[in-house]
Design a protein around this ligand. Structure first.
Ligand SMILES: *[C@@H]1O[C@H](CO)[C@@H](O)[C@H](O)[C@H]1NC(C)=O
Ligand SMILES: *[C@@H]1O[C@H](CO)[C@@H](O)[C@H](O)[C@H]1NC(C)=O
Ligand SMILES: *[C@@H]1O[C@H](CO)[C@@H](O)[C@H](O)[C@H]1NC(C)=O
Ligand SMILES: *[C@@H]1O[C@H](CO)[C@@H](O)[C@H](O)[C@H]1NC(C)=O
Ligand SMILES: *[C@@H]1O[C@H](CO)[C@@H](O)[C@H](O)[C@H]1NC(C)=O
Ligand SMILES: *[C@@H]1O[C@H](CO)[C@@H](O)[C@H](O)[C@H]1NC(C)=O
Length: 423
């Protein structure tokens, strides 16, 4: 009698387990998807954590972007000698500027290709090389791979990457969106604090019903930006530069910056040695970026020569006279950082800015000896929880996939445990 009951119970339990096993997988990681109808592309950012030491040029080629753009997007000083061959340290978090288009009705970036190397697997490419920005499933789908165990070396794979535009605005102010892979130590409040936004805003942007996040989720994080107003015919139409950073445009001829004082885009000739078309404003001796001020009785007479896009290889300029109540001070620029040589873990994991605590209990002695180890812009030093950012961080989502394996071992275990009970 008792034994029969046990058998019955166990059978029911096993049936339930098998039902769980055969039911569809729970949705693994959440990712914010923006539907789109037009194919206008926009500037977007990817939050990327290096999986190993890589040269600036190697990171750039991973995403097929210009190394200079990668550096300027992170306010890294490009005047360092041979800066493109500088080695960036493993686990460094950087912002990768990409172009976000509209493909099959949703926003994504599809301009990145990856050439497979020996010992690559779809999971290693997704979780490690691209830091969880793409999943193995998305890779196999985008490349119609029926058998993921057979990857030819040297095969070129499309790497679909998440991005959003949301009209280049957040609460009606210009903003650029960064796709961010949630790390195990993250909380939504900490992310909001780190990027100077609010919980409410993050929840609205990502259409979240609660503040719960799981590592591997991909969030769209709005970053205030300077908008351009170039004519539609210009090659860099719609240029958006995130606060605290720079962008190089017009064939490396023009450098634009955003912040820190205001969110007005400021462009001037870039210092890179390239030949450029004239950057002088018509009917004046002012060059792009020049501003003249003249204090008059009625206010300040400000005349500025500004960059207005590049049309058909020609740099466009606009001379704007204006009368302002007060003369503006000299142009301010976002602070540049030296090419990073080591990673300050705290700068990525800090929940909130707290300038006073810089360095207290943080960083290994090794990193404090190396100069210029400060976090990149947007990651103020802070006294956050010191926990190791494990290398497999973004692999957590794919842990969902091996679940059936886990469950079947559980079944086996239960069967083993039941045997004594049945005897
Ligand atoms: C965008 O769509 C229009 C019409 O739908 C097409 O003519 C144009 O080539 C497309 N542009 C890109 C960049 O796909
Ligand atoms: C899109 O942004 C522009 C300014 O950049 C604004 O004028 C327009 O109203 C926005 N459109 C929507 C649908 O939010
Ligand atoms: C832009 O960045 C600077 C410094 O990083 C900050 O002080 C300023 O508040 C930011 N502006 C906006 C609108 O977020
Ligand atoms: C105008 O801009 C150029 C290039 O940035 C600079 O070299 C020059 O000093 C500026 N002239 C004035 C009058 O500000
Ligand atoms: C401002 O400067 C322009 C050209 O330099 C001049 O024509 C105009 O009269 C000036 N306006 C005032 C209010 O000083
Ligand atoms: C660019 O300019 C050249 C000559 O000025 C002209 O022939 C050509 O049609 C232009 N191309 C475009 C795309 O406007």
């Amino acid at each position: 009698m008792e034994k029969q009951d046990t058998i019955l119970h166990c059978t029911v339990f096993l049936l339930l387990l098998f039902q769980i096993l055969s039911s569809p997988k729970p949705a693994a990681c959440k990712s914010t998807i923006e539907p789109c109808t037009n194919n206008d592309s926009c500037n977007a950012l990817l939050g990327y954590t290096l999986y190993t030491d890589l040269k600036v040029s190697e990171v750039a080629s991973l995403f097929q972007i210009d190394p200079i753009s990668l550096l300027t997007a992170n306010a890294i000083d490009i005047s360092y000698p041979d800066v493109e061959h500088h080695i960036l340290p493993s686990k460094l978090f950087i912002k990768v500027p990409i172009s976000c288009s509209c493909v099959d009705g949703i926003r994504k970036s599809v301009s990145t290709h990856y050439r497979t190397r020996p010992s690559d697997t779809l999971s290693s490419i997704a979780d490690s090389v691209y830091g969880g920005l793409v999943s193995a499933d998305q890779l196999s789908e985008a490349n119609s791979i029926s058998d993921p165990s057979v990857l030819d070396v040297g095969q070129s794979l499309v790497v679909p990457l998440p991005c959003t535009c949301f009209n280049g605005t957040d609460n009606s102010l210009p903003a650029i969106y960064m796709s961010y892979v949630v790390q195990p130590v993250d909380s939504l409040a900490a992310i909001a604090a780190r990027y100077f936004t609010t919980l409410t805003d993050l929840m609205d942007v990502n259409a979240m019903g609660s503040t719960a996040i799981t590592d591997g989720d991909i969030l769209a994080i709005p970053i205030p930006a300077c908008a351009s107003n170039f004519p539609k015919s210009s090659a860099d139409f719609g240029l958006l530069v995130p606060n605290g950073s720079y962008a190089i445009t017009a064939g490396h001829c023009v450098q634009c910056s955003c912040g820190p004082r205001d969110l007005n885009l400021y462009c001037m000739p870039a210092s890179l040695a390239v030949s450029c078309s004239s950057m002088q404003c018509k009917n004046s001796n002012l060059m792009v970026g020049n501003v003249t001020v003249q204090q008059g009785s009625g206010g300040c007479n400000v005349t500025s020569c500004s960059y207005d896009g590049i049309v058909n290889g020609t740099i466009m300029t606009t001379l704007t006279p204006s009368l302002q109540p007060r003369c503006p001070g000299p142009q301010q620029f976002p602070p540049l950082v030296a090419p990073p040589t080591s990673v300050r873990r705290d700068s990525e994991l800090a929940p909130a800015p707290s300038p006073q605590s810089d360095g207290i209990g943080l960083g290994t002695p090794k990193s404090s000896v190396v100069p210029s180890t400060t976090g990149l812009p947007g990651f103020p030093p802070a006294n956050g929880p010191i926990s190791a950012l494990s290398s497999g961080a973004s692999a957590a989502c794919s842990l969902v996939i091996p679940l059936p394996t886990l469950t079947s071992s559980l079944v086996l275990l239960l069967v083993k445990l039941m045997i004594p009970a049945l005897l």
